[in-house]
Write a protein that binds this ligand. Structure first.
Ligand SMILES: [Zn+2]
Length: 464
């Protein structure tokens, strides 16, 4: 039995037309053109395979993990004629074949490929869901991902939420940007009846957000009196949204030095808030605007806000003093940490004995920017160092909580999926020593390893 609607036939190129007609009469199905595709792949592949797979190679191919949207770019057109299985890009040792990579891909692609950790062991293929860190699929996460994708956050909101403004100012800025302040134009947009639509300061203009905060004579005077002497005359036609974007990214548009960017935004929020207060006190308290007292008041508020935004006074920032502890006699303690910068990382390993004396320090650069993978690789490097030095009893201390929990509970899914192979290598290596314990330590007591990797990544050196 055959489903004729879903079946078809094709003739090879040199089939005689009379035979074709005869066959067509017998087989009541559709004739398929030679370039037919099934699930986007060519159905018929002739001798010219590079032609058949041309489209296939141009597809966005997310085979580089941790960077799923990255599309590999060939070094030249000629490189696209060469293909093979992924394993053909590796040497016999299991490392990436750099000579081959250099021949086939451009530099950025090679950097991305290098981020995939290699392993010598024969591993089974498996599915990994790259939507979350442990690689396991769940409907809840898929929903969340799809939901978040549809909310495109504008740079303005990102800037606002990452700024160090006080919650109250943040809330005011949010109201302003979402057109939630009770200006005449906003109230009218909601079909609300209002007595007067004119600016309270007597300019004879409609009271809009843009007028009150930028083009009103009061606003102009205040902006010009700030240390930056801002004039909005050139931006009359810009919308509120455009003006807020300028305030968030003023460099090159307003006379702001990039070093002052943060102070400027803090000042902006205070000025806007103050202009709103001036409007309200004029209406409700019959107060007259005075530039001098407004500027004095702004100075005080700016100083207060800057003090409040300073990290030194928040009670949470006071570190609890935690000391590094010596390992028991006959044990060597390996403290490891990783620092990440510009897409690569640096591993720091510090080995100390039971007297607290430093025996070895090692720094290794690692081409990944995944923190958990890098932390796991740090522990792996620690074990390599220990095996080279002939140490047999080890305490491996790291501040990567997930990694340590994974190693202790042998539940590798607690960590990022990309770290799994390195974690397996660590567990395998553990068997080579008499005694290995994995211990989590807070960052302060892991300070030396932390310092080593940060210092080495800054000055670009590695070694033991
Ligand atoms: Zn006005």
């Amino acid at each position: 039995m055959a489903n004729l609607a879903k079946s078809g036939y094709f003739f090879s190129k040199n089939t005689h037309s009379r035979i074709k007609v005869g066959i067509k009469k017998i087989v009541r199905m559709n004739e398929l053109p030679l370039d037919s595709k099934y699930m986007e792949n060519p159905l018929f592949i002739g001798r010219n395979r590079s032609k058949a797979y041309k489209d296939l190679k141009n597809k966005e191919d997310p085979w580089i993990p941790l960077n799923s949207l990255f599309k590999p770019i060939p070094s030249s057109d000629a490189a696209t004629n060469e293909w093979g299985m992924l394993s053909s890009l590796q040497t016999l040792d299991g490392d990436w074949d750099m000579r081959k990579l250099l021949r086939l891909f451009n530099r950025r692609t090679i950097d991305n490929i290098n981020k995939i950790p290699c392993t010598n062991r024969n591993l089974k293929d498996k599915f990994i869901w790259i939507g979350n860190s442990n690689g396991c699929f769940s409907v809840k996460l898929a929903y969340k991902l799809e939901f978040e994708k549809n909310i495109t956050e504008s740079p303005w909101w990102k800037h606002l939420w990452s700024s160090k403004l006080h919650e109250r100012l943040n809330f005011f800025m949010w109201r302003l940007a979402s057109k939630g302040l009770s200006t005449a134009s906003n109230l009218m947009a909601c079909n609300l009846q209002i007595d007067t639509t004119d600016c309270i300061h007597g300019c004879g203009c409609l009271e809009t957000d843009c007028h009150i905060f930028f083009h009103c004579q009061v606003a102009k005077a205040v902006w010009f009196a700030t240390p930056w002497g801002i004039k909005w005359d050139y931006f009359v036609s810009n919308s509120l949204k455009e003006k807020l974007n300028i305030l968030a990214n003023p460099i090159g548009v307003l006379p702001i030095d990039s070093a002052d960017k943060e102070d400027f935004f803090l000042c902006v929020a205070i000025v806007l808030d103050q202009l709103w207060k001036i409007k309200n006190s004029t209406i409700f308290e019959n107060k007259l605007f005075s530039l001098g007292s407004t500027m004095d008041w702004l100075k005080v508020r700016f100083r207060e806000a800057k003090y409040a935004a300073s990290p030194y006074i928040t009670p949470l920032a006071i570190p609890s003093i935690q000391k590094w502890h010596k390992p028991p006699p006959h044990f060597i303690k390996l403290n490891t940490d990783a620092a990440i910068r510009d897409g690569t990382s640096m591993i720091g390993v510090v080995a100390r004995d039971h007297l607290g004396e430093v025996l070895k320090i090692r720094a290794v650069s690692f081409p990944s920017d995944n923190p958990e993978l890098a932390e796991a690789y740090g522990i792996f490097q620690g074990l390599l160092l220990a095996s080279k030095e002939g140490w047999t009893k080890l305490v491996c201390e790291s501040d990567a909580k997930n990694i340590i929990s994974s190693l202790n509970g042998s539940n590798l899914q607690l960590s990022h999926w990309a770290a799994e192979e390195v974690l397996k290598d660590i567990l395998l290596m553990q068997g080579l020593f008499q005694d290995v314990v994995f211990v989590w330590a807070p960052r302060n007591s892991n300070f030396l390893a932390h310092f080593v990797c940060n210092w080495c990544i800054r000055i670009c050196i590695s070694g033991t």
